[in-house]
Ligand binder design. Structure first.
Ligand code: PEP
Ligand code: MG
Length: 540
């Protein structure tokens, strides 16, 4: 029995045989043909089949995941139709009498080289798309279907890397769990696995010899166990059964109030990163969205998302939540969230650097595009906005001023928007210390304990070596939370917590005693938290 540790994507356990997914490489040889007309027909047929596949992939992804995630297949269809690409392949077949496979491979090489040498990052990435569509054609020309969907039995699928297009082709019912060598927690593939409710681990050093062996994927601890011994296997089976029992029990809490036995109601909101997570928020009965990390929209995009692209996403989430509050946190990039097309300079101390509201206030066009989209989406639901990484009153006043400018512009352009609440995240010690004054400027506070711990305890949240020094209930942090809640209440505004601590069941009682009004957590934590709150009684 061996344990391997990775980053977890979903808190769930999977037990089953390993299937290592290897992308089949087809070697294409330089071959002359005797009948170019026949060869051209082969190519045209393969092309129309590829287009059909892409169309199906587009429809499937749009329906199961979202239009935005499906867009890549539209791009592939367009590239497949590209006149120059087509001409180059046909010329090689007809004039040089080359096989269709070879013509596609050579054309792919020369086109992707051109793309990869471009300065623009967005165009550069088209080189991968070029390879993707050409590989699809070559596979079809070789009658080769290497999709992951061909998995025969229920397995833990292990792959160095998995593209979103491969993920959506999977027969979900056969995939117990997923392990990849590469990937980040919020890559497309991770987002998809969460949406599909498949437990997954990333960043594991994969070994070929695991193929066919029994494995246990523990999404709670991030451990992958190969060849578990009998004792461990029994223990994990027990944990899995317990998990299922708990889930069944928790389902009975759907539709119930999040209220303590003595009648204190807590707003139980969800943290999301996009449309797909809002599905999970809804199915786990979130009473609202307390933190929409809007930067994932930027991270997933190859260039600045436009106002209408953002509007589509915000509006979809607002509509999915049918009238419930949706709090959109404005762009929070910088530090650990870097985006190429922002061209941010490298920094000595990125966590203390040019990030979040600091970027928005100095690059106001980017900020305004987002605020206009948020305002326009407010015509379709109950939308609020909040600003991250605040350290001063001036910043908040400036952000509100820009928001008002956007409202004026929209009015002049005859565009509709609704009433929106404005809040700030309290995630710096400075914001805590001036929370009495900040409270007079906004409608609510949301405490970001991830950053507040990092800045209060001087512990870089990215550095795993510091884990032993981290103390979730450090008195300094608890005092900061208490102070923020008191100052918010003195000005009559509500105060919530949206950092990871909001889901720490050991602290729920402390937070409620402090007077917290809202707790915002990942969708999977909503019902366990409701269950905990409904058992609490503060009347002694
Ligand atoms: C936080 O800092 O607690 C927070 C919720 O924001 P993020 O984790 O996105 O920085
Ligand atoms: Mg933060």
């Amino acid at each position: 029995m061996k344990h391997f540790s990775g980053k977890t994507i979903l808190n769930k356990i999977a037990i089953g045989p390993v299937s290592i997914y290897r992308k089949k490489k087809i070697s294409v040889r330089r071959e002359k043909v005797t009948d170019p007309l026949y060869e051209r027909n082969r190519f045209e047929l393969a092309k129309s089949q590829a287009k059909k596949q892409l169309q199906q992939l587009y429809e499937k992804t749009k329906e199961e995941v979202g239009k935005r995630e499906a867009a890549i297949f539209e791009v592939h269809m367009m590239m497949m139709e590209d006149h120059d690409y087509h001409e180059s392949i046909v010329n090689m077949i007809e004039k040089e009498r080359m096989s269709a496979d070879y013509a596609v491979a050579v054309t792919c090489d020369s086109f992707s080289k051109v793309f990869s040498e471009m300065d623009d990052e967005h165009m550069k990435s088209r080189a991968d798309d070029m390879k993707d569509i050409s590989e699809r054609l070559i596979h079809i020309l070789n009658d080769n279907h290497t999709s992951v969907a061909s998995v025969k039995e229920s397995v833990i699928l292990i792959s160095e890397d998995l593209a979103p297009s491969e993920m959506v082709q999977m027969d979900k019912s056969k995939i117990l769990g997923l392990v990849t060598g590469y990937g980040s927690v919020n890559s497309h593939t991770s987002i998809l696995s969460r949406t599909m409710d498949i437990p997954a681990l990333i960043g594991i050093d994969i070994k070929e010899e695991w193929d066919g062996k029994l494995a246990i994927l523990d999404g709670y601890t991030g451990l992958l166990t190969i060849d578990p011994d009998k004792e461990y296997l029994e223990k994990m089976k027990g944990k899995q059964e317990e998990e299922l029992r708990k889930q069944e029990l928790l389902k009975t809490l759907k539709g119930k109030d999040t209220v303590t036995l003595d009648g204190k109601h807590i707003k139980l909101y969800a943290n999301i990163a996009g449309i797909t997570d809002s599905e999970a928020a809804r199915s786990n009965d979130a009473e609202g969205i307390g933190l929409f990390r809007s930067e994932f929209l930027y991270l997933e995009s190859k260039t600045f998302p436009t106002e209408s692209e953002q509007l589509h996403v915000y509006k979809s989430v607002a509509e999915k939540m049918v009238g419930k509050q949706v709090i959109i946190r404005t762009l929070d990039i910088g530090a650990d969230k870097q985006i190429d097309y922002f061209h941010l300079d490298p920094e000595e101390n990125p966590a203390l650097g040019y990030r979040a509201l600091r970027i928005c206030l100095t690059q106001q066009e980017i900020f305004k595009t987002q605020l206009r989209a948020i305002l326009r989406a407010s015509a379709f639901g109950n939308i609020s906005v909040m600003f991250p990484m605040v350290i001063s009153l001036e910043e908040v006043r400036k952000a509100k001023e820009i928001l008002n400018e956007c409202k004026e512009e929209l009015k002049q352009q005859g565009m509709e928007f609704g009433e929106i609440e404005v809040g700030v995240m309290i995630e710096t010690p400075a914001a805590v210390m001036i929370s009495d004054e900040l409270a007079k400027e906004v409608d609510f506070f949301s405490i970001g304990t991830n950053d507040l711990s990092q800045y209060t305890l001087a512990l870089d949240r990215q550095n795993p070596k510091l884990d032993p020094f981290y103390q979730a209930d450090h008195p300094a942090l608890l005092k900061m939370i208490q102070m923020t809640i008191e100052n918010g209440h003195k000005s009559g505004i509500w105060v919530g917590i949206c950092g990871e601590l909001a889901a720490d069941l050991d602290l729920t009682e402390t937070f409620i005693q402090m007077g917290v009004d809202e707790l915002s957590v990942s969708p999977a934590f909503l019902l366990p938290l409701r269950e905990k709150i409904r058992r609490m009684n503060f009347i002694k």
